[in-house]
Design a protein around this ligand. Sequence first.
Ligand SMILES: Nc1ncnc2c1ncn2[C@@H]1O[C@H](COP(=O)(O)OP(=O)(O)OP(=O)(O)O)[C@@H](O)[C@H]1O
Ligand SMILES: [Mg+2]
Length: 256
Amino acid sequence: MMNSGDNNEARNNEPAVVIQDLRKSFGRQKVLDGIGLQVANGETVVVLGRSGTGKSVLLKLLIGLQKADSGSIRVQGREITTLHFKDLNQVRGKIGFLFQQAALYDSLSIEENVAFPLDRHSDLQRGERKERVRALLETVGMEQHGKKLPSQISGGMKKRVGLARALALEPEIMLFDEPTAGLDPITAAEINQLILGLQEKHKITSIIVTHDIRGARTVSHRLVLLNEGSIVAEGTFEELKKNRDPFVAQFLLGDL
Ligand SMILES: Nc1ncnc2c1ncn2[C@@H]1O[C@H](COP(=O)(O)OP(=O)(O)OP(=O)(O)O)[C@@H](O)[C@H]1O
Ligand SMILES: [Mg+2]
């Protein structure tokens, strides 16, 4: 990835993401009830929380796939809650999203899936594009499988392809929705290593939703715990471990 933290710093000194008093309900169900969160350039923040607490909704709001009821989301200094499609698309170009379900296109080969964002959003020549796709597949250890269809690869492989596709446009910010869910411990550790590599080599800013506490400890600079619409605890892994709140303690038990 050539876009590095240097770029971010040149643009502004604002944190990569600033969320203020963010609210989202579906009908009468309040899902997010005043979320505030800042993520610095190059920082990796893990979002923890029970199933159904709105973690995926939070990520979708961040790329404008869903609309907030109120509150503010600034991405690289730009308010995105009020952007129209065209401008939103421009911001989205800088944000990679690894969906909870890898969300590959079933009728396209692995290579074509990874090439998809390049076809739509870049003006690379054929040869350059091919080389980029190859390099991306290599990054995630899938270079042998480019010709296959999604139906011909395993769930963990799909996640890796999803990651390659999310990285195709060299995002400055990555959003991961349960990148290791459903994977065996070894593959999960490999994905976590990939995430660490993005952090270290490319200074990518990441927000990672996960239930994988061990992985969260490995990759996070900071964690936040979401419950009933609010952030109820926040800190480094070590800080959270010292938290006496029974709910927080229960969440981190997975690491014992
Ligand atoms: N488009 C939608 N329409 C109506 N309700 C929705 C919609 N999207 C999400 N919800 C509701 O919002 C709540 C939060 O959903 P979300 O997918 O964010 O949970 P989550 O924290 O990601 O859970 P999990 O850990 O199981 O993935 C759920 O009750 C869900 O039913
Ligand atoms: Mg979810």
